[in-house]
Ligand binder design. Structure first.
Ligand code: FDA
Length: 369
C-alpha cells in the first residue's frame, strides 16, 4: 500500500526496486548500496504515513520485502517465526488455522506490514491485555549495515531493544521475527457504535475518557472521531465511533457494559437468549409465506434457480436423486424444461460427476433418447 498523496509525477523515483527472495539477497543489497553510496529504503507493508519506505530526496533504491512473508506457527511451543513482508492479517489467519485459543496482539488494520509495524511498537485490540506487538517479540534476524545477519544473541541487548519500538529504517533490515503467541478464548466479541453530536457524542466521549482505561484488560474500546453529513443539504457534524473487541463472550460483555458504560446503549447481537427472538422472526417469515401463497404460481409453484432454496427438496447425501425426487424441486425451478435438462445431463455426465444438493439427476433411460 502506498499513500495516494505520493502518487505524483514529481515524486522521486528509486533507481531500482529489489524484491529479495532470500536472506542473502538482502545482504547483497546492503553491501552493494554501501559500495555505491546509494541510500536504501526498506519497505515491508508500505503503510508508512510519510512514505518513508519508498520516497527519498537523494538517490535511492527500494528493498521491498513482499516476497519474504513466510509464517511458521509452532502451536506446541506457542511461538511463531514471521518474515517482515507478511501482513498482520496473514499472521492472524495462519495462527487461527492452527489454533482457536492462540492469537497475537498486533494491528487492528490487517494490511499493515510486519517489518515497520513491529519496529515501531504495534498496538491493536489486545493492547490492554498483552501490550504491543514489539512487547511479544522474543528473537529476530536482522541484516546490519555490513550485510551481516545477526540474531538476538549476536546483535546484543541494545540493538534487540532498539528494533522493538525504535522505529523502522534506522538500525538495519529486520528479515524475520520470533513472536510469542498469547492465549485467547475461542470466542471473542466485537462491536462498533457510532454517535453524532445530536446523538450525544460529546458526553459519550467524556464518559469514555473516564472509563476506558479502567475497564477489565480483556476489553479494549477505541475511539475514532470523524466528520459526516448531518443534513441532506450537506451540513456537517462530528461523529464518534467506538470500536471494540472483548476477549470473551457477548453475555459477559453486556454485563460489563451495562455496569460501566451503560450510556453507550450497547445492544448485544445474536446471544443465546436471542435464539428465541430468531424463532420469532422465522415464524413471522413463515406467516408471510403462508399469507402470500394464494397469490403466487401454482402447479407447479415456481422458483428462481439463482435464489436457491433447499426447503424445496434435495438429493440424498451422496448427491443422487431419482427422477421423481428431483422433479419436486426441478419442476419448480425449470417447469417444462426440467426433462430437457435431465436429458442433457444424462448424456454429458452419465456418472453424475458434477453434482450438488439440488443438481439435475443423471437418469439412464434418458440416455436412450
Ligand atoms: P512500511 O513498509 O512503509 O515501513 C514503515 C517504516 O519501517 C519505514 O521507515 C521503513 O523503512 C521501515 N521498515 C519497513 N520494513 C522494515 C524492516 N523489515 N526492517 C527495518 N525497517 C523496516 N499502527 C498500529 O500500531 N496499529 C494499527 O492498527 C495501525 N493501523 C494502521 C492502518 C493504516 C491504514 C495505516 C496506513 C497505518 C496503520 N498503523 C497502525 C501504523 C503502522 O503500524 C505503521 O505505519 C507501520 O510502520 C507500517 O509498517 P509497514 O511495514 O506496513 O510500513
Amino acid at each position: 500500500m502506498a499513500s495516494l498523496k505520493y502518487n505524483t509525477s514529481t515524486t522521486p523515483k528509486p533507481f531500482l526496486i529489489l524484491t529479495p527472495l532470500k536472506e542473502s539477497h538482502v545482504q547483497t543489497a546492503v553491501v552493494c548500496s554501501r559500495k555505491h553510496g546509494i541510500q536504501i529504503k526498506v519497505r515491508s507493508g508500505g503503510h508508512d504515513f510519510e512514505g518513508l519506505s519508498y520516497i527519498s530526496d537523494v538517490p535511492f533504491i527500494i528493498v521491498d520485502l513482499f516476497n519474504l512473508k513466510k509464517i511458521d506457527v509452532d502451536v506446541n511451543n506457542k511461538v511463531a517465526w514471521v518474515q517482515s513482508g507478511a501482513t498482520t492479517g496473514e499472521i492472524y489467519y495462519k495462527i487461527a488455522k492452527k489454533s482457536k485459543t492462540l492469537g497475537f496482539p498486533a494491528a487492528i488494520c490487517t494490511t499493515v506490514g510486519v517489518g515497520g509495524h513491529f519496529s515501531g511498537g504495534g498496538y491493536g485490540f489486545m493492547l490492554r491485555k498483552y501490550g504491543t506487538a514489539a512487547d511479544n517479540v522474543i528473537d529476530a534476524r536482522i541484516v546490519d549495515s555490513h550485510g551481516t545477519i545477526l540474531n538476538r544473541k549476536s546483535m546484543g541487548k541494545g540493538l534487540f531493544w532498539a528494533i522493538r519500538g525504535g522505529g523502522g529504517g534506522s538500525f538495519g533490515i529486520v528479515i524475520s521475527w520470533k513472536i510469542k503467541l498469547v492465549p485467547v478464548p475461542p470466542v471473542v466479541t466485537v462491536f462498533s457504535v457510532s454517535k453524532t453530536l445530536a446523538e450525544g457524542a460529546t458526553s459519550l466521549v467524556h464518559k469514555w475518557q473516564q472509563v476506558a482505561h479502567k475497564l477489565p484488560h480483556e476489553l479494549f474500546i477505541m475511539l475514532g472521531l470523524g466528520i459526516v453529513d448531518a443534513t441532506p443539504k450537506g451540513e456537517k457534524t462530528i461523529i464518534a465511533t467506538f470500536d471494540s473487541m472483548y476477549l470473551g463472550d457477548a453475555k459477559k460483555l453486556q454485563t460489563i457494559m451495562q455496569e460501566r458504560f451503560p450510556e453507550l446503549g450497547l445492544e448485544i447481537y445474536w446471544t443465546e437468549e436471542q435464539v428465541g427472538i430468531s424463532k420469532k422472526y422465522l415464524n413471522q417469515i413463515r406467516r408471510m409465506y403462508e399469507f402470500m401463497t394464494p397469490y403466487v404460481s401454482k402447479s407447479p409453484r415456481e422458483a428462481y434457480a439463482n435464489y436457491r432454496d433447499l426447503d424445496l427438496g434435495q438429493t440424498s447425501k451422496n448427491g443422487t436423486a431419482s427422477y421423481a425426487q428431483a422433479k419436486v424441486w426441478g419442476s419448480k425451478y425449470f417447469k417444462g424444461n426440467f426433462d430437457k435438462l435431465v436429458y442433457v445431463k444424462s448424456k454429458v455426465d452419465p456418472d453424475n460427476f458434477f453434482r450438488n444438493e439440488q443438481s439435475i439427476p443423471s437418469i439412464p433411460i434418458f440416455r436412450e433418447y
